[in-house]
Ligand binder design. Structure first.
Ligand code: HEM
Length: 136
């Protein structure tokens, strides 16, 4: 009984760990871009740096902490939608934003589409918080 409880707890909280690991990858990317901007004194990609850090690091790390504290909320369909929409949309969004800031207007449809998907991921998170956050 004791072993079953511990095994279940361990596998449930691994969802939060995946989110936190993804978040820290974005933190490394965001900080690297920040250093590159400072070193080159070229701040063209400042919005990319800000969104990698705030959506990629801060928002994803907070989701990871929420899903660690409430592991059951991290296992349902809304959480899976949140995870895949965020992690598929964000890289496309950051690449498209970079291209747009560098003058490639052809990136606009990709930016718009990925922004919508990222926003829908956040809506899934919000519904999940309201519907499924309860004492484990
Ligand atoms: C070693 C780490 C970091 C470095 C070297 C760095 C560097 C920079 C630089 C050079 C700028 C442009 C400043 C300017 O245009 O005057 C900037 C802007 C910004 N950074 Fe960072 N940054 C770092 C970490 C972070 C983190 C962790 C976050 C958020 C969690 C963050 C959020 C922002 C935001 C929101 C802006 C835009 C500010 C604005 O447009 O007014 N940065 N950063």
């Amino acid at each position: 009984m004791q072993t079953t409880f511990h095994t279940t707890q361990k596998s449930l909280s691994s969802v939060g760990i995946v989110w936190l690991r993804m978040a820290v990858i974005y933190l490394i990317l965001g900080v690297t871009l920040g250093i590159a901007m400072g070193a080159s004194e070229d701040f063209t990609l400042r919005p990319v740096h800000a969104h990698i850090n705030l959506l990629g690091w801060a928002t994803m790390a907070l989701a990871g902490l929420v899903y660690s504290v409430y592991p059951h909320a991290g296992m349902n369909r809304l959480a899976k939608l949140h995870f895949w929409m965020t992690n598929l949309a964000l890289p496309v969004m950051m690449i498209a934003l970079t291209l747009l800031l560098l003058g490639q207007r052809a990136a606009i449809p990709f930016l718009a589409a990925s922004e919508i998907v990222a926003a829908l991921g956040i809506v899934s998170f919000a519904f999940n918080i309201f519907l499924n956050l309860k004492k484990n």
